[in-house]
Write a protein that binds this ligand. Sequence first.
Ligand code: MTE
Ligand code: MO
Length: 199
Amino acid sequence: MPIISRGFHGRRPEPGKKLPPGQYEATGFPVLSAGPTPHVTKDRWELTVTTEVGRRHAWDWSALTALPADTPTVDLHCVTKWSKFGTRWQGVSLDVLLADVETAAEYALISSYGGYTTNLPLADLLDGKAWIVYGYDGHDLTPEHGGPARLLVPHLYLWKSAKWVRGIELREDDTPGFWESAGYHNYGDPWQEQRYWGD
Ligand SMILES: Nc1nc2c(c(=O)[nH]1)N[C@H]1C(S)=C(S)[C@@H](COP(=O)(O)O)O[C@H]1N2
Ligand SMILES: [Mo]
């Protein structure tokens, strides 16, 4: 190969090329759940944030939906290789949710109704990168896609976007969640193709 082609494989995707390495564009919106769909009604729904010193913040449904909402349009990338472009959501930015939460924690452990967990650095929830969403494509988020509300962290593989989100624990230590403990990558950047432990 001529020397001029060296470095090509490590290149960032060109503008307009939206598929991370190894992904294909899905038709429809697949449902991936590790267990049965928990049915949480809005009147019993609660989201809690617990800090590293044990301080607890809680939002019920009316408190969550009273917060200013965003309508992000984002691409989704699942580790099972499907991607979905231009999905439209409605929900509250984690910047808004965590605005009055005092913390020096570096990590977050997310937990869901039904027992699912996933971990990520707190920085990946901030600066306009993550939302608690309750609307999808102009409608209430359906139970199979995580309704009444799910986490949306589109810059990481979709297993980080916990459906039926119930709690965010802010921690000084990084604790692997459900898939991270089962051999999936701890961070999960689709553009670096961080699918499994060791990638
Ligand atoms: N609570 C919970 N959240 C979850 C999962 C799960 O099994 N339980 N699966 C994850 C995985 S692997 C994917 S790909 C996405 C799928 O979201 P979808 O079913 O809306 O496509 O949810 C993620 N969030
Ligand atoms: Mo997934």
